[in-house]
Design a binder for this molecule. Structure first.
Ligand SMILES: [Zn+2]
Length: 326
C-alpha cells in the first residue's frame, strides 16, 4: 500500500513540475541559439576587411611578442642541461603463482625523477628533502653543480618575469586597438581574438619546474607513500643556499662568493639603472622590457657569480651573446 502511494506521489510531483522542466529546456535552447549566432558573427567578423586591416597593422608587434614567447620557452628548458645518470633498462614481471592483486606494485615504473625506497627513507626525505635528493639522485654538492643550479634559477626567474611582462605588453597592444574592435568580440572571446590577431598563447603552467619523488611501496604491494619535492623558484633558491653552505667555498680571491639569489638579481638591475649594458635600452624606453642577469665571464669559463662579473642585459642582447659563446 505504502509503495503505491509513493509512486502516485512521485508521478504527481513530476506532472506538477512539468512546466518548470519545459521552461528550463526552452531557456537552454535559446541560450544555445544565441551562442550559435555569436559564433557565426565571430567567424564573419574575423574574415572582414576591417579585422584584416587591424591584423596587418598589429603584425610587427605580434611577431615581436611571439619572439619573446619563444625565448621564454627556451629559458624554461634550462634544467635539461643538468645531466642525469643513465641507470639502464630492465623489465619487471610478476611471476606469482597465486592471483595476488598487489595494486600498488603496478605504480612502479621507470621514471628517472622517482626513487623507489624504503618507508624510512621516504619519511626522512620528507624531513630533509635537499639532503636526500643529493644523496639518492647523485647530485654532487660541488662548485660545478652549484653553478648549474644558479643558471637554472637565473633562467627560470627570467622566464617567470617574462611571462607577466609579455602578457601586459600583449594586452596593451590589443587595448590600443580596442576602439576599432567590436565590444562583443573584445569581451567574450579574448583568447580567440588574441590568436586571430597572430599572437601565440603564453604558457602559464608551471610544469617545467623539476620534480623529485621518493616512493615507498610495501612488499605486498598493498600500500604506498609518496614524497614529492618541486624545484620552483623558492625551492631552487633555497637549494642553491643549501649547496653553498655545504661547499663552504671560500677559495675565491674576493674571499666570499656571491650567490645568485632573487635579491642579488634585483640589486644588479638597480645598480645598472634597469638599462641593458650592451645596447642601452632601459625600462624608461620600454616599460615591459624583460631584463636578464648575465655573467660577463660565463660560468662555463669559470666566471663566478660575483657582482663585478654580473651585468644587466635585455633579453635580446643576452640571447645573441649566448649564441655567440656556444
Ligand atoms: Zn640590449
Amino acid at each position: 500500500m505504502g509503495t503505491i502511494i509513493g509512486i502516485i506521489l512521485i508521478i504527481a510531483l513530476i506532472v506538477w513540475l512539468m512546466p518548470v522542466f519545459v521552461a528550463i529546456f526552452h531557456i537552454a535552447l535559446v541560450a544555445l541559439g544565441l551562442y550559435c549566432i555569436y559564433l557565426i558573427y565571430q567567424a564573419i567578423y574575423f574574415k572582414s576587411n576591417e579585422f584584416l586591416d587591424i591584423k596587418n597593422e598589429i603584425k610587427t608587434y605580434a611577431d615581436e611578442c611571439n619572439e619573446l614567447n619563444l625565448h621564454i620557452e627556451e629559458l624554461k628548458s634550462a634544467y635539461l642541461d643538468i645531466k642525469h645518470l643513465d641507470y639502464g633498462n630492465a623489465t619487471y614481471t610478476d611471476n606469482s603463482t597465486y592471483n595476488f592483486k598487489r595494486p600498488e606494485l603496478k605504480k612502479i615504473k621507470q621514471e628517472h625523477n622517482t626513487y623507489e625506497c624504503s618507508l624510512s627513507v621516504c619519511k626522512n626525505a620528507q624531513q630533509q628533502p635537499f639532503k636526500y635528493i643529493c644523496k639518492y639522485f647523485n647530485i654532487g654538492s660541488d662548485e660545478e653543480t652549484l653553478e648549474k643550479f644558479e643558471k637554472v634559477f637565473n633562467d627560470f626567474s627570467a622566464a617567470e618575469q617574462g611571462k607577466t611582462l609579455l602578457k601586459d605588453k600583449k594586452d596593451e597592444i590589443i587595448n590600443g586597438f580596442s576602439s576599432r574592435i567590436p565590444f562583443l568580440i573584445r569581451k567574450l572571446g579574448k583568447k580567440t581574438l588574441s590568436r586571430k590577431l597572430g599572437f601565440e598563447d603564453i604558457d602559464f603552467s608551471n610544469l617545467h619546474f623539476p620534480k623529485y619523488s621518493f616512493r615507498y611501496v610495501s612488499g605486498g604491494g598493498n600500500s604506498s607513500m609518496n614524497c614529492d619535492v618541486v624545484f620552483d623558484l623558492d625551492n631552487l633558491e633555497r637549494f642553491i643556499n643549501y649547496l653553498s653552505e655545504i661547499i663552504k667555498f671560500r677559495k675565491s680571491v674576493a674571499g666570499q662568493r656571491a650567490l645568485m639569489t632573487a635579491q642579488l638579481r634585483e640589486r644588479i638591475k638597480q645598480r645598472d639603472n634597469y638599462t641593458c649594458q650592451n645596447c642601452g635600452i632601459s625600462i624608461q624606453d620600454e616599460p615591459h622590457l624583460l631584463l636578464e642577469i648575465d655573467h660577463i665571464i660565463p660560468l662555463s669559463k669559470n666566471g663566478l657569480t660575483t657582482e663585478d662579473n654580473l651585468q644587466t642585459l635585455c633579453w635580446k642582447c643576452n640571447r645573441s651573446k649566448g649564441a655567440k659563446t656556444e
